[in-house]
Structure formats: structure tokens, C-alpha cells
Design a protein around this ligand. Structure first.
Ligand SMILES: Cc1cc2nc3c(=O)[nH]c(=O)nc-3n(C[C@H](O)[C@H](O)[C@H](O)COP(=O)(O)O)c2cc1C
Length: 189
């Protein structure tokens, strides 16, 4: 199977170039970089413009880093602790009961593409302890931890443990015609 990303329509190259690596250079992001990422994310559209998101972060090595590093699960901790920052993306279930997760997901997409434009890489993780996130961040009940995001400068795959090295390649996608239909949706969708 080919691992080169190509497509037939003239989409912006950022969509093909962005990927979620596991190898990160172990250096801290700056506060300015972190703010730029979240600034892009907050311009995402949301239902009734509720903006039901919040970003809690730790920069590598800062006063919060140790506590944040306990939030990802064991499998993700193997690689994500080299990242330059860890961000916990929260959605506000109270302000947008029906669309909080959908809107937070869009904000994550914006953040990921801004990171790519800045020469940084991101990797979202659903594998984390929500209980630990609640404890570390002292979360009120209406804020739902959606995912943890590792951000940083990409490192050579050789820096990874052997079993993770092979996975450091761009993933492919289902064909366009499998996810797109004119009119009624096929039963296989
Ligand atoms: C909400 C969400 C949760 C994810 N959880 C994990 C995770 O726990 N561990 C992991 O290694 N990758 C995780 N990923 C990364 C996906 O596996 C990855 O985005 C997908 O395979 C597509 O690859 P790409 O981002 O490189 O294009 C997650 C991605 C998203 C958006």
C-alpha cells in the first residue's frame, strides 16, 4: 500500500502534509507559540457562536508539566512526553448542550493546521484519564475533557522506540467517493 498522500482535487497542500507524528524534539514551546495556536483555534465556527471550548496547557518543563504528564494513558506517555507542550481541550457542556464536542473538534482542527503552518506538529490523544484530567485541572462538572494534544517540533523517527518507528508514516484516507454521495446515502456508508 502506498503511503504517499495524493488526491485528485486541488486542495491546499496543508491537508496532505499535516500528520500526527510521535517523534518530537524535546524542547519547550514558547508562550507566544502556544498563544498563536489557540488564537487560531478560537476562530473556529461554532453553533450560535457559543465557542464552547477551553484550552488548558503545560509547556514542557514548566510548573504544570509534571502533573499534565500524568493525564495521557501509558501507551501515549511512551512518546508524548517528548512534546513541547501538552494541551487539554475541554468542551463546555452547559453553554452548548448539543454541539460542544462537535465545535471543540473543529477548534482542534484549526489548531492542528495553524501548528502545521508554523512548522510544528500536533498529535491528538483520546487515550487519557478523564479522572486524572479532572483532578489536575480542578475541573467543574460542566467542562468535559475531550482530548489531550501533544505539540512540538518533529524529530527523526529514529528517536522512537522500535515498535513505534514503523508507524511514523502518513496515514491514508478512504476514497472520496466512499464518503460522498449525491442525494440518498448508500446503506454501506
Ligand atoms: C480525537 C482523537 C483521538 C486520538 N487518539 C489517539 C491516541 O490516543 N493515541 C494515538 O497515538 N493517536 C491518537 N489519535 C491520532 C489518530 O490516530 C490520527 O489522527 C489518525 O490515525 C490519522 O492520522 P494523521 O493524523 O497522521 O493524519 C487521535 C486522533 C484524534 C482526532
Amino acid at each position: 500500500m502506498s503511503t504517499t498522500r495524493t488526491t485528485a482535487t486541488p486542495i491546499h497542500s496543508q491537508f496532505l502534509e499535516r500528520m500526527s507524528p510521535r517523534a518530537f524534539v524535546p524542547e519547550a514551546l514558547s508562550t507566544a507559540q502556544l498563544e498563536q495556536l489557540v488564537d487560531a483555534a478560537r476562530w473556529a465556527p461554532s453553533a450560535s457562536n457559543k465557542q464552547p471550548w477551553h484550552f488548558a496547557y503545560a509547556l514542557r518543563g514548566d510548573a504544570h508539566w509534571q502533573a499534565f504528564s500524568q493525564i495521557p494513558n501509558e501507551a501515549n506517555r511512551r512518546w508524548c512526553l517528548n512534546a513541547g507542550a501538552l494541551i487539554v481541550l475541554l468542551s463546555n457542556q452547559e453553554s452548548s448542550p448539543a454541539k460542544h464536542s462537535f465545535d471543540a473538534g473543529c477548534a482542534w482542527g484549526y489548531l492542528a493546521l495553524e501548528a502545521h503552518a508554523m512548522g510544528l506538529a500536533t498529535h491528538a490523544m483520546g487515550g487519557f484519564s478523564a479522572d486524572e484530567a479532572r483532578r489536575v485541572l480542578n475541573l467543574p462538572a460542566h467542562l468535559l475533557p475531550e482530548c489531550v494534544i501533544a505539540v512540538g517540533r518533529r524529530a527523526d523517527a529514529a528517536t522512537l522506540p522500535e515498535d513505534l518507528r514503523a508507524r511514523e508514516i502518513p496515514s491514508l484516507r478512504k476514497p472520496l467517493n466512499e464518503v460522498l454521495s449525491a442525494g440518498a446515502v448508500p446503506s454501506a456508508a
